[in-house]
Design a protein around this ligand. Structure first.
Ligand code: TXA
Ligand code: MG
Length: 341
């Protein structure tokens, strides 16, 4: 299959109309959003949904997020919208928040991996919103990467993974948040945070009061454990190299690398810390800005693969605010291996 490359300068561009046209005819198209690029297709059509799974090589029990352009478009997709769910949507949509509720009958089983719930989000990216609006249907869209690779934050990342496997890629530039949306489930008795992102636990508590943070956010799940969010049981965001998170000061970080150094080592450090390192490096944002780290982490993980690194020593991020999302992705990239230095 040849993949069309569509450069979108804004919501009114030709690329948006062309993408909507392909989507309406049952195709699958990578689109920019404020979080990461998504691989979109008609959420109400089981055949289209299957194409998405196939192109990504994604296990069929890992459900997809449905994207809408207006809050009213949520209603038909779910059994009911509880008051607290509406309060969240009014506060944070459009934006990087995904809300899980009991699904309605219009949602094909193929999307939700056998669960009775559906995840919905309304992106704030203007190009994404225009494509959903113009296509006239809810769009299923997982991150537009090959399953197991770091999520794509540029059209180039998407092309690396999916060129030749999907109908089109819309290039809308770099993603402004850079990590995937916050996922919260309101399908149970108590609100449960399944994936941290741009909407922080503190922001959610301001609307919901107390929330539970699923332990999968911090820890790896046991082999036979049932994941609240199936995506969390899969190896994720992992470069081919083996990643270690080093907890301690910059000085001790440099010393540890120098003392243990081997061929193929790479330092994954904060911007500005690259001086005096004894091995090649990749930076992932400013130390005091989790937002900056979120924008750079996936690109940094891809660069490490390009450099053919064998071992990666990563600086330990703060886990406050948006930093919790960065920390969660980094933990997964490191397969939970932490070294105290
Ligand atoms: O920011 C984002 O959310 C991006 C952009 C494209 O919108 N999309 C994205 O989709 O990250 P994906 O498929 O890569 O991640 C969706 C996550 C997975 O971990 C999946 O297991 C979880 O959400 N999820 C989806 N539906 C669920 C459900 N009904 N119950 C529990 N977890 C669910
Ligand atoms: Mg993903």
């Amino acid at each position: 299959m040849t993949t069309e490359f569509l450069r979108a300068d804004g919501p009114d561009s030709e690329a948006v109309s062309r993408a909507a046209e392909i989507l309406r005819s049952g195709g699958i198209v990578a689109i920019p959003t404020e979080t990461v690029y998504g691989l979109a297709g008609n959420a109400l059509d089981a055949e289209t949904v299957k194409k998405i799974y196939r192109a990504k090589g994604r296990p069929s029990d890992n459900p997809l997020i449905v994207h809408i352009a207006k809050i009213q478009d949520w209603r038909p997709l779910v059994e009911e919208i509880p008051e607290r769910a509406m309060a969240l949507a009014e506060r944070f949509w459009p934006g990087p928040l995904t809300v899980i509720l009991k699904k309605s009958a219009v949602i094909p089983d193929e999307i939700c991996g056998g669960l009775d719930t559906v995840a919905v989000r309304m992106p704030s990216d203007k190009i994404a919103a225009a494509i959903i609006e113009k296509s006239g249907m809810p769009l299923a869209a997982p991150s537009a990467n090959t399953s197991g690779r770091p999520s794509p934050t540029s059209a180039r990342h998407v092309a690396e993974d999916l060129s030749g496997k999907i109908d089109a890629i819309v290039d809308g530039g770099a993603c402004s948040v850079g990590i995937e949306s916050t996922v919260i489930s309101l399908a149970g008795d108590r609100p449960r945070l399944l994936r941290p992102g741009g909407i922080t636990p503190q922001m959610l508590r301001e609307v919901l009061g107390e929330i539970e943070i699923d332990h999968g956010v911090f820890a790896s799940l046991a082999e036979d454990e049932k994941a609240a969010s199936p995506g969390m049981k899969y190896k994720h965001y992992a470069p081919s190299a083996e990643v270690f998170l080093l907890r301690g000061s910059l000085e001790r970080y440099r010393e540890y690398i120098r003392d243990n150094q081997r061929e193929g080592d790479i330092a994954l450090c904060f911007t500005g810390e690259e001086k005096e390192l004894s091995v090649p490096y990749v930076t992932y944002g400013k130390k005091d800005s989790p937002e900056d780290q979120a924008r750079h982490i996936f690109d940094a993980l891809r660069k490490i693969d390009e450099m053919g690194g064998k071992r990666v020593f990563a600086r330990f991020p703060e886990s406050e605010g948006v930093g919790l999302g960065v920390y969660n992705r980094m933990l997964r990239a490191a397969a939970f291996k932490i070294i105290e230095v």
